[in-house]
Design a protein. Structure first.
Length: 305
């Protein structure tokens, strides 16, 4: 229904995202609230929601864009077939124009990292004085290594978890790559390695991964704290912090003390990522991501207890 509404609300030069997230009742509620003189500050999350207060006057408006969302659609277009290629390319162009307008209209706009902010001001240099970045925080009490949780999985294994919404394209690409390219190489050295894909709304392509040896697909869970010794965030697309081929992170959950980040300098032509994948408390694997997307486990490293 939302996709149909987005198409019906399509206007020349306007991204589909605005129609998708538009709600008449919400707009009426926002307008009513803005008429209250007690409302002095407005915080908006994501560029797709900026339109609700784009031209509001008399308040200080802060927009958290998080990332350059238009870049995601441009990246989709590069690998899509007709007609999706044309639709995604148009969305990338029109959404960037909307992001630039929002950054000019709001008092200040924020991004999740310095890298993401630098990317935006490269695309929209006129906004440099009206934008900035603040990184995400972590609740170190809730995710404290001192907390102990009962293992949620049946049986024994070196459990590796990916968490995220599983109808989101970058997440789908990430788990497909890890399940098909990385996990088989890891299981050659650690046969008990199991990959758990945890998140709401898994698509058919994601659910199909459960047919692979060592892969399990669940839906939404109540909490992720303490869910595994190791979590992964392999990011595979072309640019931006949420979808960048320049960033692959394999991290031990904050409850497990260790973060490891691998950087692929794709922009400089270097497409190999090397580092240690820690798959149990005492075993790591040195691995290399190949330019063709493949993965080779090079060395098994056993750490002292």
């Amino acid at each position: 229904m939302q996709k149909l509404k987005a198409l019906l609300r399509l206007r020349r030069g306007q991204p589909l995202s605005l129609g998708y997230f538009h709600d008449r009742r919400l707009k009426q509620w926002v307008d009513t609230k803005l008429g209250d003189p007690a409302i002095q500050d407005v915080f908006v999350f994501s560029s797709a929601m900026a339109g609700y207060v784009m031209y509001a006057e008399g308040t200080r408006r802060i927009l958290d864009m998080v990332d350059v969302d238009s870049e995601k659609w441009t990246a989709y277009a590069e690998t899509a077939h007709f007609p999706a290629r044309l639709i995604w390319a148009r969305e990338g162009r029109t959404l960037l124009a909307h992001e630039r307008l929002a950054a000019a209209r709001f008092d200040h706009s924020l991004f999740v990292s310095e890298h993401e902010w630098q990317r935006f001001i490269t695309l929209a240099p006129e906004t440099v004085q009206r934008t900035g970045w603040i990184s995400n925080g972590v609740d170190f009490d809730y995710f404290s290594p001192e907390r102990r949780y009962s293992p949620p999985f049946v049986g024994e294994g070196a459990d590796i978890v990916f968490t995220g919404r599983m109808d989101y394209r970058p997440n789908i690409d990430a788990v497909q790559w890890f399940a098909r390219q990385v996990l088989p190489a890891l299981r050659q050295h650690v046969p008990t390695a199991r990959f758990w894909i945890v998140g709401s709304s898994p698509t058919h392509d994601v659910r199909e991964l459960a047919t692979l040896s060592g892969v399990q697909v669940t839906s939404r869970v109540a909490k992720v704290a303490g869910i595994s010794q190791l979590s992964i965030n392999p990011v595979l697309a072309n640019s931006g912090s949420q979808n960048a081929g320049a960033n692959i992170t394999i991290q031990q959950r904050v409850t497990g003390n260790l973060f490891i980040t691998f950087t692929d300098n794709t922009a400089q032509g270097t497409q190999t990522v090397e580092g240690q994948y820690k798959v149990t408390p005492h075993v790591s694997i040195s691995g290399t991501r190949k330019p063709n997307g493949g993965f080779a486990a090079d060395v098994l490293i056993k750490k002292e207890h």
